[in-house]
Design a protein around this ligand. Structure first.
Ligand SMILES: Cc1cc2nc3c(=O)[nH]c(=O)nc-3n(C[C@H](O)[C@H](O)[C@H](O)COP(=O)(O)O)c2cc1C
Length: 368
């Protein structure tokens, strides 16, 4: 094909994606008791009309204590499942875009206030606060209330909770699961030597630190229909000396691939406030490239990818197989239409909007 690589289809496991543009998961902090509501219909609904290849539902907690804030979405009981079912049904009625869900647990970064109220940690005894848990009793910020270290029974319970959430996601018809192993949340807290000081088989060596995240992967993979992909999001580095880094990320990615992981999404940071991130366009692409060179599953790059030509170059040079966009999709929800226009490709659009196509583009929009 001679057209733009950004608009070539790709298989992720058994799921065919129409192009290489993925909508990254974005917490909305707008749920009530873990339940989605009409905000999520509006938010996910408008993104589902964007012409991207995959819509990823925000970080969704597998137990109530795994929510970052009391406004986080959950998928841990019948009420949260029913609320999500309603939102998904609305979105599906008007869009064919495949839907993935990011399942996670915030660990020591749970129990925080909403970002627009400052985002500080809320103490366990205060309203909307609870006791956090983590691999070790080490807080994220010096002022944080120390998390409780998880014991063996807790780990079994959490693994089961991830699997139970995956079963609920399967019942909801969700097309793919992305496990949240990034941004300093619970699974990343196990991976990084900075946050994991355990002396049992879940801490110490790289093999031991990877053990719980890999057990969670296996449990989710076993709980989700085999023909639907399970993927992982990772931080490729902590950006702190002595922390998680790209070599360990590659080892983790290879272990995931051996277990049937369908794709890996390479972000970075979030584990330690001392992080020194060289933020700029493509700042995380070298991490994705390093993982891509060491694995064969599709790799997703993310982070300040804002221009069509920039996204096209990432795919065309083989640095990554897909690009994920977060803030750009909020700012410009029709970004995939504009990218298709700039690169000479075609996207699916609602029939109701077909008349919006500027006259100079003859075949930009394909109706559904
Ligand atoms: C409003 C908002 C919410 C986010 N929520 C999540 C989330 O739920 N899970 C996650 O892994 N990353 C989350 N992120 C990070 C994004 O997915 C993405 O990795 C990051 O914003 C960098 O990509 P960008 O430069 O395209 O925004 C969030 C980012 C934003 C702006």
């Amino acid at each position: 094909m001679n057209g733009p690589k950004l608009f070539e289809p790709i298989m992720v496991g058994g799921l065919e994606l129409a192009n290489r543009i993925v909508i990254a998961p974005m917490c909305q902090y707008s749920a009530v008791d873990g339940c989605m509501n009409d905000w999520h219909v509006i938010h996910l609904g408008h993104l589902a009309l964007s012409g991207a290849a995959l819509l990823t539902i925000e970080a969704t907690a597998v137990v109530p204590g795994g929510r970052i804030s009391h406004g986080d979405v959950g998928l841990y009981d019948d009420a949260t499942e029913a609320a999500m079912a309603g939102v998904i049904a609305s979105v599906r009625r008007h869009s064919d875009m495949p839907i993935a869900i990011q399942l996670g647990h915030a660990g020591r970064k749970a129990s925080t206030d909403l970002p627009w109220l400052g985002g500080a940690q809320i103490a366990p005894e205060a309203a909307h606060g609870w006791q956090t848990v983590a691999p070790s009793p080490l807080g994220f910020a010096a002022t944080d209330h120390a998390p409780h270290a998880l014991n063996d029974d807790d780990l079994v319970g959490l693994r089961d909770a991830f699997a139970a959430a995956a079963r609920r996601a399967a019942r909801l018809g969700i097309d793919a699961v992305q496990i949240h192993g990034a941004h300093g949340y619970l699974l990343h807290q196990f991976l990084s030597p900075i946050s994991n000081g355990r002396e049992d088989e879940y801490g110490g060596s790289l093999e031991n630190r990877m053990r719980f995240p890999l057990e969670v992967f296996d449990a989710v993979r076993a709980a989700f229909p085999p023909e639907r992909p399970v993927t992982m999001r990772v931080s490729g580095t902590d950006w702190v000396d002595g922390g998680w880094d790209v070599e360990q990320t590659i080892a983790f990615a290879q272990a995931l691939e051996r277990r049937g992981c369908a794709a890996i999404h390479v972000s970075s940071g979030g584990l330690d406030p001392r992080q020194n991130i060289p933020v700029g366009p493509n700042y995380q692409v070298p991490l994705a490239r390093a993982v891509k060179q060491a694995t064969t599953m599709p790799v997703v790059a993310v982070g300040l990818i804002t221009e069509p030509e920039q996204a096209e170059a990432i795919i065309a040079t083989g640095d990554a197989d897909l690009v994920a966009l977060a803030r750009t999709m909020l700012y410009d929800p029709r970004w995939p239409w504009h990218a298709a226009a700039a690169l000479g490709a075609q996207v699916t659009a609602p029939n109701q909007y077909l008349r919006s196509q500027p006259r100079r583009f003859r075949d930009l929009l394909r109706g559904r």
